[in-house]
Design a protein around this ligand. Sequence first.
Ligand SMILES: NC(=O)c1ccc[n+]([C@@H]2O[C@H](COP(=O)([O-])OP(=O)(O)OC[C@H]3O[C@@H](n4cnc5c(N)ncnc54)[C@H](OP(=O)(O)O)[C@@H]3O)[C@@H](O)[C@H]2O)c1
Length: 254
Amino acid sequence: MASNVKPSRTLLVTGASSGIGRAVVERMLAGGHVVIGVARDFSKAALSHPRFHAEALDLAELGNLPAQLKRIIHDYPDIDGVICGAGRGQFGSLEEFSYRQIADLIDINFTSQVYVARGLLPVLKGSGRGGDLVFIGSEAALSGGRRGAVYSATKFALRGLVQALRDECARSGVRVTLINPGMVKTAFFDELHFEPGQEDTNYVLPTDVADAVALVLSARPGTVFDQINLSPLKKVVRFGKKDTGGPASGNQNP
Ligand SMILES: NC(=O)c1ccc[n+]([C@@H]2O[C@H](COP(=O)([O-])OP(=O)(O)OC[C@H]3O[C@@H](n4cnc5c(N)ncnc54)[C@H](OP(=O)(O)O)[C@@H]3O)[C@@H](O)[C@H]2O)c1
């Protein structure tokens, strides 16, 4: 499907090896853009395209991240949009988390995103063409879900970051957006004890989120989508092999 995003943008997409990030990469390449994809491991979904540049990077290695971002900006000085799609889910009661696991989840789902914004904002602001900073939040950014204390906290924090950044970036023509999906059918659930129901009304597709990103990028420069929430038509959570309809029984927010 052709994109209506203005042509010839250079976009950095994190989480580019899988799921939502991968769908965003494919959508943006189809729209004629140059895409720099960031993830740790591209071997699981090799993507060969003349306008795609893979940057293998562990975003959770925070000590190295500023230097890596500086290098990326040096190599791709025309970046005028950043889509932060990297992240992971981990659920359980708080006491089930070790202190290390708490720190690790916060590092990838929140702190690394702040670092990416901190590193890339100067180039976005300096592009002179306006820029976009798009974060993939979650419905867990809107309400805390059962066994999701740390995950929800990272996503609430991301929402606070976006709301605060929106104002300080507007003066430079940079738009900041948060997209909050409900359950999206991706590898996110591979290691989890729950997943969306099997009907196609029970999940959002990664391409649906990519459509939302394309919509955000295609808005008139004077308009910003502050936040987009998109959810499966029917919330059905599968624990093991059993479907449990409705938020009352599931109340699990990815
Ligand atoms: N799926 C859902 O239901 C859902 C709903 C709401 C929000 N979200 C959010 O959407 C985002 C993407 O999830 P997804 O569903 O697309 O999951 P996914 O298919 O598992 O993709 C996650 C992506 O993040 C990358 N990533 C993870 N840790 C990384 C690290 N330390 N350094 C660099 N890249 C890293 C992974 O690449 P490598 O493994 O190759 O590093 C992969 O490309 C997450 O922030 C998640 O919270 C997902």
